[in-house]
Design a protein around this ligand. Sequence first.
Ligand code: UD1
Ligand code: CA
Length: 453
Amino acid sequence: MHAHVILAAGQGTRMKSRLPKVLHPLLGKPMLAYAVDTALALEPQRLVVVVGHGAEQVVEALKAYPVEVAVQEEQLGTAHALLQAEPLLKDFPGPTLVTQGDTPLLRPETLRDLLERVEEGAGMALLTVELSDPTGYGRILRQGEEVLGNVEEKDASPEVKAIREVNAGAYAFDGFLFQALKEVRNENAAREYYLPDLIAIYRARGRRVVAVKGVVEEALGVNTREELARVEGVLLSALRREWMRKGVRMILPESIYLEASVELAPDVTLWPGVVLKGKTQIGEGAEVGPYAVLEDTLLEPGARVLAHTVAQGAVIGRGADAGPFARLRPGAVLREGVHVGNFVEVKNSLLHPGVKAGHLAYLGDAEVGEGTNIGAGVITANYDGKRKHRTFIGKGAFIGSNSVLVAPVRVGDGAMVGAGSVITHDVPEDALAVARERQRNLEGYARRKLEGD
Ligand code: UD1
Ligand code: CA
């Protein structure tokens, strides 16, 4: 049984952003959500997030999570932030884990280690790592196995700055925590109440402080855009490795971006520059071509998306293909074997099996029957300036190039529309509709014109 407090009230000045630091996304998910998920994995009795800078936005981002919120009105330092959880946790007997909202790579197992040290009798346990470049982190002072204290970068002498063992910002405490916090002073370069000062306070009270050594990556904190990119890189390469282990082929994997919510089947092929976001799912043997962007899109087994296609909220059926340069917008459903080619845009439309729209068309709010051919440049004019209307095209129909189907309108099964027609009335089954000026040939006119008679 333990409580957990996540500190997330800081502004993140070094990010140079209007967005509170802890809300900056990593693979589409706010940094803070990683800390919350890690905390929840250990099933704490109580989970408190301390918010302050941008509190409203941060609370909004947390609304799906079972957390309690404490507010730090003024950001006076990490010890002061933790003290804001006291009204919520003062009757909690401990132990209490404390982590930071800007340290998204921490693993639950590591936190469990910290907890165990306190359960075994230590007053305080903290996570440390050895960094080749410790700049910006608190340096750990030791005497052999014993941890003596922590010195922040701003307060460090050149000798202390050379220490490479740093404080990772993850701690476990016994029930003495809130009493000890009240003894923290702000007599330092930043005039802040430093949480790591608890090391010295615990020791002065005769309580044991132990350090648990962790792996470098999980301690990476995010204070700058550069560090954000580095952490995202760590998450991305782990995700890519995992999918490759499960049978996905990635060509030039370092160029591929995907989010944790994406699902891939074995024998999927991803070409360089592919971007996969949200709830995108790709079935066995499907292929995504170079620089395609797929968001919340389903590719059924064997489907193919060719280069530079952008799809959002679309479904691409078995053996269907889209692109290069296709644009599939929400509600675009391409059934088995559909072909949608260059510069074709599809929105909120159902294309039944075998439909072909090879070039330069717009299909919006439409249903197109099995096997129908949509010529180059065909447009369903779905918007009358006020409302959207639907177009129905039957099975085995043929819509000639550059036709406009002015919705609401219906083209029957097996019907044909002559190229360049503007169709404003329904076309019956098996009929040919031609709605354009009939061609006239004026014999000899061109020659006379050129000769200037
Ligand atoms: C902190 C530690 C440092 C450690 C590093 C690890 C202190 C004083 N220093 O430094 O020893 O090496 O983390 O990443 O603790 N926060 C608040 N209220 C505040 C100030 C901060 O809630 O008044 C929150 C921030 O939102 C952030 C976390 O506490 O999530 C850490 O604050 P930050 O200013 O980033 O501390 P560091 O300088 O990185
Ligand atoms: Ca930090």
